[in-house]
Write a protein that binds this ligand. Structure first.
Ligand SMILES: [Fe+2]
Length: 147
């Protein structure tokens, strides 16, 4: 290998290394303090970022009930449902790797509360619940499910 080729490859390698480090940091924490992951960003109770005053009305509240071999996950967001002006768009369940499991879409024309219920079977481990507001982004609560 010629010295010029070696130098070119070294510069490319250094560039790829920098991209990799930047990407890993972005998954852990955004610049505004929000949690980033799975191709999107989520605000949490500990990291409300730019929406620090919005935790109480945007963080999904989760209640778990055991039902035989299944688990009922009841989700509520204490948020107004003011027609299409300001409302909770949906609740989403993600597995421990932030992979999609299920979702419930709300109709702001008819739904007066942002409450949903999911029945999941044979799942144990961390379950992430996301509540999406049409103005204040996506909020995540995580719980542990035991079989
Ligand atoms: Fe909101």
């Amino acid at each position: 290998m010629k010295r010029r080729d070696f130098m070119r490859l070294s510069v490319v390698g250094m560039g790829l290394g920098a991209v990799s480090v930047t990407s890993q940091r972005a998954v852990a924490q955004g610049s505004a303090g929000q949690l980033l992951g799975a191709g999107g960003l989520f605000y949490t109770q500990e990291s409300p970022g730019r929406w620090a005053g919005k935790v109480a009305t945007h963080l999904p509240s989760v209640q778990i009930e055991k039902a035989g071999h299944g688990t009922v996950v009841n989700v509520t967001t204490a948020h107004e449902m003011n027609g299409f002006e300001h409302y909770i768009v949906k609740h989403v369940l993600l597995d421990h790797n932030y992979q999609f499991l299920d979702e419930h879409l709300f109709n702001p024309a008819t739904d007066k509360t942002a409450s949903s219920s999911f029945n999941i079977k044979n799942y144990a481990g961390t379950l992430h619940i996301v509540s999406v507001c049409n103005k204040h982004d996506a909020w995540l609560t995580s719980v542990n499910i035991e079989l």
